[in-house]
Structure formats: structure tokens, C-alpha cells
Design a protein around this ligand. Sequence first.
Ligand code: KG4
Ligand code: ZN
Length: 327
Amino acid sequence: MTNILGIETSCDETSAAIVQNGRIVLSNIISSQIDIHKKFGGVVPEIAARIHLNVISQIVDQALTTASMNFNDINSIAVTCGPGLVGALLVGVSYAKTLAFVLNKPIIAVNHIAGHICANYLENDFEPPFICCVISGGHTNLIYVSDYDSFEILGRTRDDAIGEAYDKVARVLGLNYPGGPAIDNLAKLGDMHAIKFPQALPDGLDFSFSGIKSSVINFAHKNELTDELKKDIAASFQFSVAQIVLKKTFAACKLKSCKKIALAGGVASNSYLRKIFEIECQNQNCKLQIPKNIFCTDNAAMIAAAGYFCGQNAGLNLNAIPNLKLE
Ligand code: KG4
Ligand code: ZN
């Protein structure tokens, strides 16, 4: 039995979790800073780091208490070392190294994107190989996961990440940060075919979201933004980006002759996207795996899982690497 304590502080969630054998979640405590960053319309890196520092010990204590454990029951400590905001990452990395030193336990370095992918192993028996579409605030990637520790990036965004496009469109519509959940809800009330926004499909498996983002912003500036129109814009924008994600993911499946698809990252909690993937996977006889919503957005359970399946053993010289690569 391996109990891993996971620690995640790469952006605006301070999280600690205990996961057994990479799959069984014994606790997953998440303290979100959203209400503070909301005032600024986005994450302020310096503030994020300071808040992580204020709450991290409490969050780790709570993760242990919820799992009815103490530090002796932990086999190792997995921590996100990148990619992310350097100040924010440093809080988690320094805290994990201190714990590892004091408790004399191994430390495992985890890539945040690998964490999002490994969220798919939590509370189920899903296994590679599969195509994973990672869609978050900072990343949009199509990845072939041939084995637990083997990742091949097939496509990436050439400009904005999908979550960034959601957040910017939301801002233009006067919705609060983070825009994804706000657009998800508003879109339910609108007509997704009311406005035709462009669906950029660059060659190969790359993505591009800057065109649709600008197109929505221009449309919003040229028209009177009534409540009804805002609903239609949200629904039409969401329809177009979901079509892009769907088409590219199935193209990746075709390329790799793979019939298993996983979604990951904050945008994977989008209700419309989940629905159209379910329908299309049924039509095309593909197996679909999407983490529970709470494991899609940033959390430490996914970091503990990645620590188990594909983490790197690290020493006390571990550092934060803001632009850490996956492959
Ligand atoms: O994975 P995540 O928590 O953090 C990063 O690693 O970036 O993703 C955050 C992103 C934000 O852009 C947020 O607007 C988006 O995920 N998001 C959503 C939804 N929930 C969160 N986007 C669309 N629909 C949602 N329901
Ligand atoms: Zn993330």
C-alpha cells in the first residue's frame, strides 16, 4: 500500500491530498483564491504566492486529518514543480522539501500537465494507451499517452489556451473571473446557432483560439449587449470552441488508431463539452473517460496520482521550473 501526499500550488489553488496506490482518494483539500483575484479580473502572481504561504500548513494538516492519518502514514511527498507561476510554485516546492527533510521521506517532482492527465486514474481503473486532450487556463494540448509515463505531444495551441479564450470572452460579456463556469451557465440559456463564429482548424493537430476570441470581442463591441444577446454569444462561442476540440481530438484518434479518449484540465468540466464528447464517442464506438469536475480544475489528488504513476524522484535541490516541458 503506497500513500502519497500530493501538494499543488502552481496557480491560484492551494491544495493537499492523500491518494493510495495512485487511485484511491483518501482526502483532497482545495483552498481557492478565486474570490480575491476576481477583483483584479485575473490571477495576480504576487498575491497568489503570498496566500499559498499563509494557508499551506493548514491545508496539509486538513488533508491528513480527513484521511485519519499522520505524517508517519505517508510514504512519499509529491509536489508540482512546474509549469506555473514561479512564486506560487516555490511555496509548494519549499514546503514539500522541508517536510521531506524533517520526516526523512522521499520527494517526487510532478509536472502539472501530467497531473491533469493522471486525474483520469482517480477513483477508477482507466489505463493507457489513450488520447488525452488537456484543456485548461494555461494549456491546450493533444497528447498520446502510450503508457503511464510516456507522453507524446501531437498538437498544441499556436496562440491562446482555450481557458484563456473563455476568460477573455467572459470579461467582454461582463462576467466574473474565472469566465469558464460563467459562460457554461449563461450558454445554457442561449441559442448556440444564433451567431456563426469562426472555427479555426490549423493544419495537423494544432489549435488556434485567438481568431474566435477576437471575432467575439469585435461582435460584442459592434452590437448592443442586451441580456438576450449575451446568452446567444456565450452559447455560440461555446459551440464553436467545442466543435474545434471535438474535431481535433477525433483526428488524433485516427492518427494513432486509438479508440480511447480522455479529457483533462479545468475546461473539461464544461457541461456542453462533456455532453458532445459522450454523444460522439458513442457514435464512433470510442471509450470516453473524463475526471469528476473537482478533479478537472487544479487539485492535489491528481498530483499525488501523477507522483505514483509518472513522477521523478527528486532531492532537496529541487527547484520550481515555470516553463517545465512534459516530454
Ligand atoms: O486546470 P485549471 O484549473 O488551471 C490551469 O491549469 O490553467 O483551469 C482553469 C481554467 C480557467 O480558464 C477556467 O475559466 C476554466 O478552466 N474552466 C471552465 C469551466 N470551469 C473552469 N471552462 C469552461 N467551462 C467550465 N465549466
Ligand atoms: Zn491546471
